[in-house]
Design a protein around this ligand. Structure first.
Ligand code: CP
Length: 328
């Protein structure tokens, strides 16, 4: 694995990532297992360059890197970097690369900023690899890994074999997690229902990807009572991509039309289904749904730690072999 910038990995690579994730998760559950994990990235240097707010993704990569024994540098206050003195993106990336960063994990409000960083590293021949931890309203490729892994864990053997029926809502235009999710799901047998108002619909590029991959899908403004889904994946209104003057109005309507309540789940989610949400929650969820065991956004966060470790390890030390729990 060179850079990790998008969700173009074929199913075989995704399945390898999930197999490594499972090994890591099993080891992490054992005290002695943690000692083995710590050897995987000893002396590696990982920079977290986060110029947009993040709770989960930043914690995921900082913890994942530390558990695997890497040294980390977290840069999350851009106001305290030389960017405010006028340093451009090229020289910022080159600076960390000259400083022997093995990986720079980038969260940035600009679409394609991590892809540009990868080109800069390649152009100058640096060993530094880039992970896209969310670029603008484009993609959030590593979030899709934990989402798919959580579905795989929930559905077991069924995932990847049976055509699961999945509803995805509702700010499909702006939620980078949903673009990545759809690209990842396109590798598996699924039937997708895209739920959104028309100004918040899925960009054509991802619809075309579904068509190319022969994925059955439909788009609708609202779900029809009587329909039931194996999985439902919802997001908040992505206010950071919407002009301030519209926000209050849109948020009120969005939460009225798309609020996830116990009744909503009772109506649309199968008894053995799963409800997922990438966080942060911002009013579009009634916290009463937490009593429902099908709500697994906490598992998504936990699995993010393991999928995060899996890709760091596969990118930096692919030949390092973790023992099976029975071998330690
Ligand atoms: N899911 C997600 O990306 O959350 P953060 O913005 O808190 O990292």
């Amino acid at each position: 694995m060179n850079h990790f910038l998008d969700n173009s990995q074929p199913r075989q690579i995704l399945d390898e990532i999930f197999a490594e994730t499972k090994r890591i998760k099993d080891l992490f559950g054992l005290d002695r297992g943690k000692d083995y994990l710590r050897k995987a990235l000893k002396h590696k240097r990982i920079v977290l360059l986060f110029s947009q707010p993040s709770t989960r993704t930043r914690a995921k990569f900082e913890w994942a890197a530390k558990i695997l024994g890497a040294d980390t540098l977290v840069v999350s206050e851009i106001a305290r970097t030389s960017i405010v003195k006028g340093e451009n993106w090229r020289n910022t990336i080159k600076t960390y690369a000259y400083g022997e960063a093995d990986i720079i994990v980038i969260r940035d409000p600009r679409n394609f900023a991590p892809m540009e960083a990868a080109k800069i590293c390649d152009y100058y021949g640096f060993k530094t690899k880039i992970i896209n931890a969310g670029d603008g309203n484009n993609l959030h490729p590593t979030q899709a890994l934990q989402d798919l892994y959580t579905m795989k864990e929930h559905f077991g053997e069924k995932f990847g074999k049976e055509k699961l029926k999945i509803a995805i809502g509702a700010d499909l235009k702006n939620a980078h997690v949903l673009h990545s999710l759809v690209a990842g799901l396109a590798q598996y047998p699924v039937r997708i229902t895209l739920v959104s108002k028309k100004n918040f619909s899925m960009p054509e590029k991802y619809l075309n990807l579904l068509i190319e991959n022969k994925i059955e899908f439909k788009a609708t403004e609202e779900l029809t009572e009587g329909e039931k889904f194996d999985a439902m994946y919802w997001v908040r209104l992505q206010t950071e991509h919407i002009p301030d003057v519209f926000q209050d109005f849109l948020k009120k309507h969005y939460n009225r039309d798309f609020k996830i309540t116990p009744r909503f789940l009772k109506t649309f989610l199968r008894e053995d289904g799963v409800f997922l949400h990438p966080g942060p929650r911002a009013g579009e969820i009634d916290d009463k749904i937490d009593a429902d065991l099908r709500v697994k956004d906490g598992n998504q966060v936990e699995n993010g730690l393991y999928t995060g470790m899996a890709i760091l390890k596969m990118m930096l030390n692919p030949n390092f072999r973790f023992p099976r729990p029975s071998e330690i």
